[in-house]
Design a protein around this ligand. Sequence first.
Ligand SMILES: [Zn+2]
Length: 92
Amino acid sequence: MDPSEEETAPHRIDIFMMSVKCGNCDKYQTVVDFKKSGDKNVYTYECDWDASPGCDPNVTRTIVEVPKHLDNSTRRHEEVSYPEAPESSAPK
Ligand SMILES: [Zn+2]
């Protein structure tokens, strides 16, 4: 028995490698928000309005929390610009 193979492959979570499906409309949800919260990364998934106009995101929204040290998605996520309202684009 040689456990070295496991040791050299630490557990990583890459949210781009998984899909989140809505239990209400049975369509795939997409990431609409990403934020850091302490030692966790928090991803918010919502139904695509185009694919599922009848699904209310306020009801079916999915929050995925990934421990930061296991999250392999962060770097790519920070490269993605979300089409949402910026917190505060005005520098002081
Ligand atoms: Zn849905």
